[in-house]
Design a protein around this ligand. Structure first.
Ligand SMILES: [Zn+2]
Length: 272
């Protein structure tokens, strides 16, 4: 008997307060309770200390079913992480709605983005919470994507580029400079290729592998250059995807393919 596909019980709105918890600061005002698996993982690996660095890598649209079906394309990220956190994205499962929830800890009706549009979010976000706590956050993203738009207008640094290599280069530079407490890096190359060619096309799987390799590069640099810090690193996508007619891909629907995702996390305790 074919098993009915199920939605992951834990919602994407639970990671935001988890990041705040990891850094020992209050969560954004409307954030839901943190994912216990994440807070327990952080407590265990930092031995009761807090993370003073968080680095989140955001590959767009990497679905759980893709993650399960094509581990060979993601192993560079998988073997550099420890905590596998299955999550359910929010509806509609499109980029600005999901990143809105990821960084406010709130449902779409609360953060205000309820369809594919990219206004600046007005409610309290993790970036606001970081600034109040005296921490220095940065977003590195491309000029057309949600991550480069919906969190603007905060007194923080935004590095917005037109290409993946420029984003990767800036992220590398910021890791080496070691001056930011929180870095969010967005790569939309799997998403854009998947929309044109389908989620499982060779061209799309190549971008998936490129995402895992970018994450591997950042992880290795953090390991060698942030030894003085307790660092939490995440491979944290926004939503999944599914195949549609005409060898193309899509997302946005209320279905497990679009909603089920798996975040990957790794704690690097400081060298003592
Ligand atoms: Zn997306």
């Amino acid at each position: 008997m074919k098993q009915e596909a199920m939605l992951n019980p834990l919602c994407l709105d639970s990671v935001c307060a988890g990041f705040a918890y990891a850094m020992g600061m209050p969560a954004p005002q409307k954030a839901q309770v943190p994912a216990e698996a994440l807070t327990a993982y952080v407590d265990h690996h930092f031995g009761g200390e807090k993370a003073n660095r968080v680095f989140l890598y955001h590959p767009d649209a990497v679905a759980e079913w893709i993650f399960r079906k094509y581990p060979e394309f993601l192993y560079e990220a998988m073997y550099r992480t420890e905590l596998e956190l299955p999550l359910q994205a929010v509806m509609p499962s499109v980029t600005p709605v999901c990143f809105g929830t990821l960084y406010t800890g709130a449902q779409p009706e609360v953060h205000g983005i309820r369809k594919y549009e990219k206004p600046v979010i007005k409610i309290d976000t993790l970036f606001d919470a970081l600034l109040r706590a005296g921490k220095k956050p940065a977003i590195i993203a491309d000029s057309s994507c949600s991550m480069g738009k919906i969190f603007l207008e905060r007194d923080m640094d935004y590095f917005i580029f037109d290409s993946i290599p420029e984003i990767t280069a800036k992220a590398t530079e910021l890791i080496l400079a070691d001056t930011y407490d929180f870095i969010a890096v967005y790569h939309g190359n799997y998403d854009s290729t998947m929309h044109k060619n389908g989620p499982e096309a060779p061209a799309s799987l190549a971008e998936l592998k490129a995402n895992a390799q970018a994450f591997a590069l950042f992880s290795e640099l953090i390991k060698s250059h942030w030894k003085r810090h307790n660092t939490l690193v995440g491979f944290a996508m926004d939503h999944g995807c599914h195949e549609i007619d005409g060898n193309a891909g899509s997302h946005g629907l209320d279905m497990p393919e679009d909603l089920n995702i798996v975040h990957l996390y790794k704690a690097y305790p400081r060298e003592k």
